[in-house]
Design a protein around this ligand. Structure first.
Ligand SMILES: [Zn+2]
Length: 271
């Protein structure tokens, strides 16, 4: 069983914004939580992005990065594609989108939606058919979940609560396990084993090699103010590329005075 998890938006595209929240941050967090839960249940997971960037690093190229998401699913021959989104437009509750009714995607949508609704007392908006790029262009069954409305006061209050965001990840895991006929086991929602932290997006290519060496671990990029994303600090080991050092207790610092020194340090680490 293999699944492609697609955290909606990312990088140049924040997705929906409202009440101090950005869709791209919530979708990434839910998917990063969800990945180990699925793996714990024996499902192989590939992700279209594992940090705040556009898939394929096609910043600003909407069609290109949407196609990159589809390509990742196709190249990995996954059994199910799950795109995770947050809604906007003044409604409330949970809905799951599919590109056409009557297929396995509809079955998957009907497995996942009840858990999403149940987990936070959300309104059930049903399974809906919609013409969405990633649903239309993928050859495997594909669903797109819309969890709450970022511009609704009540929904955004739930989305702001880390516990309810994690509950959404658990709900996705239960529904996906149901779809595959796997009895869901709670677990796998512990902290990241290893994370890679880049000084800037320019370090991405060396970061990719370091992540691959560490079982394709998550890659994070420092914010413009060089602050460190929260999830990196909870990882068991943090590999920092391009400095400066963080306060992480188990840090591997691959950094030099110039970017060439940094590249040398990364080369040495990769062997
Ligand atoms: Zn979206």
């Amino acid at each position: 069983m293999k699944i492609c998890l697609d955290p909606g938006h990312g990088g140049y595209d924040s997705g929906a914004v409202g009440n101090g929240l950005q869709e791209k941050d919530i979708t990434l967090e839910v998917c990063l939580d969800l990945k180990p839960m699925l793996e714990y249940n024996g499902i192989t997971v590939v992700m279209t992005r594992a940090g705040d960037y556009a898939p394929g690093h096609l910043e600003g190229d909407l069609n290109g990065e949407l196609q990159a998401r589809v390509n990742i699913a196709e190249q990995n021959n996954v059994d199910l594609f799950v795109s995770v989104h947050i809604n906007t437009g003044g409604g409330t509750g949970e809905e799951v989108l599919i590109s056409g009714s009557g297929g396995s995607a509809e079955t998957a949508a009907n497995k996942v939606l009840p858990y999403l609704v149940q987990v936070g007392g959300w309104t059930n908006r049903g399974v809906k058919t919609q013409n969405v790029f990633v649903l239309r262009e993928t050859s495997m069954p594909a669903i797109l979940t819309e969890s709450g409305f970022i511009d609704s006061a009540a929904d955004s209050a739930k989305l702001k609560d880390p516990k309810s965001r994690q509950a959404l990840a658990v709900a996705h895991a239960k529904g996906i396990c149901d779809y595959f006929g796997i009895p869901h086991r709670e677990g796998g929602n512990d902290v990241l084993e290893v994370a890679v932290l880049l000084f800037s997006k320019e370090d991405f290519w060396s970061g990719t090699d370091v992540a691959v060496k560490n079982g394709n671990c998550a890659i994070f990029v420092r914010s413009a103010d060089h602050s460190v994303p929260k999830d990196t600090m909870s990882a068991k080991q943090l590999i920092v590329i391009g400095g400066p050092t963080t306060s992480h207790p188990n840090e591997v610092l691959l950094s030099g005075k110039t970017k060439y020194d940094t590249a040398t340090a990364v080369g040495k680490y990769l062997g």
